[in-house]
Design a protein around this ligand. Structure first.
Ligand code: HEM
Length: 409
């Protein structure tokens, strides 16, 4: 009797710390022999190859959500319990979980704040913030590159952009960390309760702020959107609050993980780090390569809204796909020397920012932040070195390090 091959048998074990630390050998096995395979442990179909992930991201027979076209029952799913309603309601109004035409309308409203040109205008302020953070870290000598430096920047930038008062910004990371527990494959009820609680607190906080901005507008994105919301027909108050939550959370989670994972990669590739220090002009292509090499958000899900066929397998409506971005980014059919860190790789069509209609709205901002930050660290901290090997958080979907202890000589 032959034992059927399972993703777990190939090493795809999202709850296992060893897999989280290095999922790439399992991805290589999936890509080679099982480009699409059903995973009974997660009830998802895994898709591992670049060409498939890219095509599916552009395929309108799939959706980030299904609630706009079907009930939970029609999709064979158990409806979430009533106590999760605040989370569900907020999620449903976030543009990342919408499909056209609502997605198009909401994305258009916020996109002007994130075009490459508008974002380039933020460069002086981002540089100022980075310089302040780097100076403070240098004074300490030994510090956590993640908490003391990397994490501070995207949180400050997105909070300033929206107009969150400095005194309140300390809450953003914990709220986001708790809310995003709901996306983990291995979550338990305690995680779900934390996610719901954080949604309620975050939404209440933003409702007060939005109403204040509507009464007393300032020069920030929240005021601009609050005025659009007041006009009523294009943006409701609940949509505005959900949009602000999305921007604040998406505006730092992946950037923080991406930057910290990138430095961990550099510390493990001392020759590449030395080359980058010798020629900081490599930073723009290096940032792209580091985002490819260790993809900050390794997996995004899609629902099958109409039957699809993939490698001769029919996947019916109602099923869920796990698109393995991190595997796609190491696909030898797309990238020469995929497991090598090639700092001047160009072109570099990695999928770390996604593709299709949900392509990352914040990609220009993330690129600016990481570019300015990396250059400052390289130039102002030439002796930066790792103190001890970092540990990973027990999370796969929002995969990131717990800390990155470093020192400057
Ligand atoms: C290195 C940093 C970042 C990475 C790797 C990243 C990655 C991604 C990916 C892969 C998606 C698409 C998800 C999918 O297709 O299911 C996405 C969507 C999104 N990202 Fe980012 N992101 C980053 C930074 C940012 C920043 C700084 C912002 C700030 C505004 C942001 C805002 C968004 C938004 C609003 C969406 C939803 C877009 C839509 O549905 O139309 N992201 N991001």
């Amino acid at each position: 009797m032959t034992v059927p091959v399972t993703p777990a048998g190939l090493g795809y074990t999202p709850a296992d710390p060893a897999f989280i630390a290095d999922p790439y050998p399992a991805f290589a096995r999936l890509r080679a022999d099982h480009p699409v395979i059903y995973d009974p442990a997660t009830n998802q179909w895994l898709v591992a190859r670049f060409a498939d992930v890219l095509a599916l991201l552009r395929d309108r027979r799939l959706g980030r959500s299904y609630v706009h076209v079907a009930t939970h029952e029609e999709f064979g799913r158990t409806p979430p319990p009533a106590w999760q309603a605040p989370f569900e309601a907020s999620q449903r109004l976030q543009l990342i979980d919408m499909e056209p035409p609502d997605h198009t309308r909401l994305r258009r409203l916020v996109s002007t704040a994130f075009t490459p040109r508008t974002v380039e205008g933020l460069r002086p302020r981002v540089t100022e913030l980075v310089d302040g953070l780097v100076s403070a870290a240098l004074e300490r000598g030994a510090f956590d590159l993640l908490a003391d430096l990397i994490e501070q920047l995207p949180v400050a930038v997105i909070a300033e952009l929206l107009g969150i008062p400095p005194a309140d910004r300390g809450q953003l990371r914990p709220w986001s960390a708790d809310m995003t527990l709901m996306f983990e494959l291995t979550r338990g009820e305690a995680d779900e309760r934390r996610a719901v609680q954080a949604t309620v607190e975050f939404s209440d906080y933003l409702r007060t702020l939005v109403r204040d901005r509507r009464a007393r507008p300032r020069a920030d994105l929240l005021s601009e959107l609050a005025l659009v919301a007041e006009a009523g027909d294009r943006l409701s108050e609940d949509e505005l609050i959900a949009t602000a939550i999305l921007l604040l959370n998406a505006g730092h989670e992946a950037s923080v993980n991406g930057a910290a994972n990138a430095w961990w990669t550099l510390f493990r590739h001392p020759q590449a780090l030395a080359a980058l220090r010798a020629d900081p002009g490599l930073v723009p292509t290096a940032v792209e390569e580091l985002l490819r090499f260790d993809t900050p958000a390794p997996m995004f899900e899609r629902w099958v809204l109409e039957d699809i066929e993939l490698h001769g397998i029919t996947i019916p409506r109602g099923e869920e796909l796990a698109l393995l971005f991190a595997s796609a980014n190491r696909d030898p059919a797309q990238f020469a020397n995929p497991d090598g860190l090639v700092l001047d790789r160009a072109p570099n069509p990695h999928l770390s920012f996604g593709a299709g209609i949900h392509f990352c709205l914040g990609a220009p901002l993330a690129r600016l932040e990481l570019g300015v930050l990396f250059r400052a660290i390289l130039e102002q901290m030439p002796t930066l070195e790792l103190v001890s090997e970092p540990a990973w958080k027990p999370r796969f979907v929002l995969r990131g390090l717990q800390a990155l202890p470093v020192r400057v000589a």
